[in-house]
Design a protein around this ligand. Sequence first.
Ligand SMILES: [Zn+2]
Length: 681
Amino acid sequence: MSIIKSASVIGSVIIASLLMTTACNSQKAGQSAGIKPENLDTTAVPQNDFYQFATGGWQKANPLTGEYSRYGSFDKLAENNREQLKGLIEEIASKPAKKGTVEQKIADLFNLAMDSTKLNKDGYEPIKADLAKISALKDTKELIALLPELMQNGVTPYFHVFVDADPMNSNQYLVQTYQGGIGLGERDYYLENDANTKNIRDKYAAYIVGMFEKEGFTKTDAEKNRDAVMRIETRLAKSAYDNVKLRDPRANYNKMTVTDLQKMVPQIDWNTFFAKFNLKALKDLSVSQKENLVEVGNIIASEPIEAQKAYLQWKLIDASAAYLSDDINQMNFDFYGKVLSGKKQQQPRWKRAVSTVDGSLSEAVGQMYVKKYFPAKSKERMVQLVKNLQTALGERIQGLEWMGDSTKAKAQEKLKTFHIKVGYPDKWRDYTSLDIQKDNYWANIKRANKFESDYMFAKIGKPVDKDEWLMSPQTVNAYYNPSTNEICFPAGILQYPFFDMQADDAFNYGAIGVVIGHEMTHGFDDQGRQFDKDGNLKDWWTREDGEKFNARAKVLSDYFDNIEVAPNVKANGKFTLGENIADHGGLQVSYHALQNVLKTSPLATRDGFTPEQRFFLAYANVWAGNIRPEEILKRTKSDPHSLGKWRVNGALPHIQAWYDAFKVKQTNKMYLAPELRASIW
Ligand SMILES: [Zn+2]
């Protein structure tokens, strides 16, 4: 998983985090301690509330603005990156460019996104033809025939279909389906009946009516459509897996022939369906959530055609809203931004426009970004740092008293074969076949989605490209991908507060070092450990060692289950287990690596903090941030990462080095009895 948020790429099981410092002399003249005193709150007691002590000053100096539901030190870095991208894109957009060049595509897409006069004049005109096309459907056969086109254009009713490495044969690509089709994103919103969830559901229903009316439907029809949408989405939600089950790679792997799929879900003609994705004579695929796809078939067979047309139209209206006129866009924000996340106002237009260009032409933009903003020496230092972390993790594995020798040997092999990516890809994506025209914004979004879809489905039949990047270089994030056994640290994250070329090792190991250790640990968390060094879902553990691992992981899971994140709302220990193990491992491994460095290059106490204390302060600083109550509830349902506060105050009580560094006593609030502490990696 990525360090910050769950992967938006459906299906790829991605993991991330980061860390840094070089093995070279850490006492180099001119290196700073990296810790900014103004970020601290020295009125807090670090042993009682370390998060407040380490980040209280930052929180006070960086209050939430209307456009944010959470704003942390990494969001601040992302804002900085966005300013840089804006400069690059605006320069291109201000000049004429030859048709078909990357410059023309960036310029036309950005200028359309910025052109509020045209957007407001067009209203919902750009989707009218597609709304009419859905209206004209006569039966489910015609409806099913239209599904691939909608999906390719970025409108995804019922379920997703995508291509990724086969978890059981990682050198080959495999078509996979994935549950989806629900506007609220998480099944819990349809099934739970607490006051907050009911309120969100009611407002979603009202949003549906409002949008249908805005796009030319009568109130009566809009209400009828709302009922159909809510009924169909609730059926989809009921048959969907919950977030804990979705984390079990074996429970979500069901490879079968298309012939068997035809028997299991006979309502769809699958050969015809896949042929529209250019997959003629597709033999097999994995149905990730069987029961859910069976229910899709049942819905198609049992729901009246008028109800299903309303549902398809809703998917189109909802998917296009952010790319149409300001009034439509605002209604979309009022629900997803305000109700669901607690934001107060939309981002300014230029930010949204930069994000769209960044998302649609990510590597083209990334190539310009790294050329201008990513120094070669950052990459060198980072590569060295990753090597040091790899050594430290190897030493820790060797020293584990609970793991047997044969499992250790396999773990070492896996660690040695990590595929490491730093900064930017060696070969860049080709955007030749992406067609950007001056017609309208939404039409280009459709073409950009089709371009991505074609790119993905063209992979079938080819060997897995292990050099492909799953994040763009300008991204402030990192990941581990189990099927390629790779860790990736894009250029965008190799900056303060994660990485600071001017700062000493205590800072960099605490910040980017823990991120590197976090991503590495994902290869050995409750999910990642199920994949072998070649990225296949194959058990390489002895039964005894597997049981010991699970018992140790359970300590962490039980501990987080008891954390109250809001009044009467607890964290979900099983859902966040992989990320919590990765934070735990990241801290242990990076601290170990720092100790290795300090043996030959000792660091002095600076600004009143020992190197060990600075390590933990730098770690906490990465998670400095403010968050709205709505966002806390939303993330507790949807984000496999613990909230920033708990990535610090929940993780550190399990780290002996933190007790030593800050002389934590039994009487302190964060003290945890040794028998209650997790100890894994
Ligand atoms: Zn992670």
